[in-house]
Design a protein around this ligand. Structure first.
Ligand code: GDP
Ligand code: MG
Length: 591
């Protein structure tokens, strides 16, 4: 007598690979393929089929389909918390940041050349975008060779927090500069401790004290000023202080008590990846937990693969890589992106299924990019999370004074339940780096009398980051206050209806300066408000005195057409300036 067939509950996501479906039903794959053939579908074991089809197959085999939400496919990724007794200490991972030309690359090079973990004579050729060095006390340190806060934050935006410690390089002859401030804010947003390397102290003009006092203004209180941020004076040129810098890092790492469990499936992050002509897709991965071994099957972002070879920072082939070890991974089916997270899974079918799910998901996300994170959604989410709601924002303004006034006003908003956190503020156009930081923290970008430049606008659209423009501080504070109390009306109070570029400026007697313009977007309307933008900064706001098409005064000029415009009571217009045309709308606010 045949044993009675066991009826199984089969977890069924939106799409499933045939072999995995067979696996979940505990049936043979060829039988499943046959069943599909009878339905007129010619598929291979590795192909994915949709849930409706799979459900018919499941019923045919006498099992029960249990529809699961899409993201459940990700559940095979081992998310088990490590037990305390399984944890061992791991080396710290360090990123160097700072203002351009303050010596990031020189410092990385100097550390590497003096301390690479290997006895090789002569210069070491570094193979991958990270390396490990040994400090004098024997501590191993992992350095990421991706200077630049944009890279740092874009990785964070993709879900990879790889850095444990930021070394902020500040040139002693130049002190704190705009990108120093940006770096500080990026590090703070990521809640990563900082060590300040005061570089170029070999130079006669070096003034370390100025660096320390400058930093104070940005709420970085160094040890010498009674704070807890270590500083080390170095010269990347002479090598002075580099050992102390490594010691300081090792000390900071001890305080952090960094631990990982080497005995579990690996979890890592892609530091860089490229398509190599000879070797196919290659990714440099920093192992963050577990041990990555040859033959492991993994999913990484929207790609998957099976580890064919692992190559370390010295170019040697190795069999496995443990926590904090950077390795080059071969055996990918496609090229992932920097910041993608790598997870080892059990079967190829799982890896493929997760990769396919993510591809679909990112398609959906792009499709929905128009529906950006808005202030209200942000607050709704914060409330749903039941935590103290924090509304992160990023501020760019036309002048330092406004930026500071806005920050002060915003910091006063809030109570026990909500508060506004300014991630970064600065002067000038909204850039891609701003958008990146905003995305990583789920924050909107507020432009006060400044606009986003082209790349930033494109990036914001793609990533779904909200950019809001204001020209009146009161309005700005009002809106943020409303958002913070969950009362923001979704209506826009001001919308842009067009943009025109000034091609030529004519002097017309009796009128003054007239701009010969091309309407590049939308429409120009005589009755609308106008702003004059120079390098994405608002320099004048007012109304039009005249809008001419050829010789005639007109009400409206469409995109693609040329026209003449002159401002009421304002004459300083220049070739290359942009005119923004907007309309205001009164919106009744609900309380
Ligand atoms: P990065 O833009 O921060 O990566 O800066 P670089 O490492 O490229 O350095 C910028 C310039 O400063 C180069 O010309 C370096 O040679 C020089 N430089 C870097 N560190 C030092 C230093 O400690 N002393 C002196 N005198 N020059 C340095
Ligand atoms: Mg450099």
């Amino acid at each position: 007598m045949k044993p009675e067939k066991q009826v199984r509950d089969v977890q069924l996501p939106e799409s499933i690979v045939v072999s995995e479906l067979a696996n979940r039903m505990a049936e043979r794959t060829p039988d499943v393929i046959k069943s599909l053939m009878r339905m007129g579908m010619m598929v291979t074991a590795n192909q994915a089929i949709d849930a409706d089809t799979a459900e018919i197959v499941i019923e045919e085999f006498g099992h029960k389909a249990v529809r699961v939400s899409d993201s459940d496919v990700e559940q095979v990724i081992d998310m088990v918390e490590d037990k305390a007794e399984d944890l061992q200490s791991r080396p710290p991972v360090i990123t160097i940041m700072g203002h351009v030309d303050h010596g990031k690359t020189s410092t990385l090079d100097a550390i590497r050349n003096a301390n690479v973990v290997s006895g090789e004579a002569g210069g070491i050729t570094q193979h991958i975008g990270a390396y490990q060095v040994k400090a004098k006390n024997g501590a191993i340190l992992t350095f990421l060779d991706t200077p630049g806060h944009a890279a740092f934050t874009s990785m964070r935006a993709r879900g990879a927090q790889v850095t444990d410690i930021v070394v902020l390089v500040v040139a002693a002859d130049d002190a704190v500069m705009p990108q120093t401030v940006e770096a500080i804010n990026h590090a703070k947003a990521a809640k990563v401790p900082m060590i300040v390397a005061i570089n170029k102290i070999d130079k006669p003009a070096a003034n370390s004290q100025k660096v320390r006092t400058d930093l104070l203004q940005h709420e970085v209180v160094v040890e010498e000023m009674g704070g807890d941020v270590q500083t080390v004076e170095i010269s990347a040129k002479t090598g002075q202080g580099l050992d102390q810098l490594l010691e300081a890092i090792a000390l900071q790492a001890e305080i952090l008590e960094l631990k990982a469990n080497p005995d579990r499936p690996a979890l890592g992050a892609v530091i860089e990846a490229q398509l190599d002509v000879g070797r196919g897709p290659v990714a440099t991965v920093l192992v963050q937990n577990g041990t990555l071994k040859r033959g492991d099957i993994f999913v990484v972002g929207e790609q998957w693969g099976k580890v064919r070879a692992l190559i370390n920072d010295k170019g040697d082939r190795i069999n496995e890589a443990g926590p904090s070890v950077p390795v080059e991974v071969l055996g990918l089916n496609g090229t992932p992106e920097a910041g993608d997270v790598l997870n080892v899974v059990e079967t190829e079918a799982q890896a493929r299924e997760i990769a396919e799910f993510r591809i679909q998901q990112s398609k959906d996300k792009r499709a929905a990019a128009g529906a950006a994170i808005t202030l209200d959604q942000l607050m709704a989410k914060a409330k749903a999370d039941q935590s103290v709601a924090e509304l992160p924002v990023l501020i760019k303004a036309d002048v330092q004074g406004s930026a500071e006034a806005i920050v002060q006003a915003l910091e006063k908003i809030g109570n026990d339940e909500v508060r506004v956190r300014v991630l970064h503020y600065g002067v000038g156009a909204i850039t891609e780096s701003d958008v990146g930081l905003a995305e990583a923290s789920g924050a909107p970008v507020i432009g006060f009398n400044v606009r986003a430049n082209g790349p930033a606008r494109a990036s914001a659209n793609q990533k779904g980051v909200e950019i809001r423009y204001y020209s009146i501080i009161y309005d700005l504070v009002d809106d943020i206050k409303a958002a913070a109390s969950g009362l923001l009306s979704a209506e826009v109070r001001e919308h842009f209806i067009g943009y025109a570029e000034i091609r030529e400026v004519f002097r017309v007697s009796g009128i003054g300066n007239v701009a010969g313009c091309l309407v590049t977007e939308g429409v120009a309307r005589r009755s609308a408000g106008v702003r004059l933008l120079r390098d994405n900064v608002v320099i004048h706001e007012g109304t039009l005195k005249t809008l001419k098409r050829f010789k005639d005064e007109v009400k409206e000029v469409q995109s693609g057409q040329e026209c003449g415009m002159a401002f009421e009571n304002y004459d300083d217009i220049r070739k290359g300036d942009v005119i923004e045309i907007f309309e205001r709308e009164e919106v009744q606010r609900k309380l």
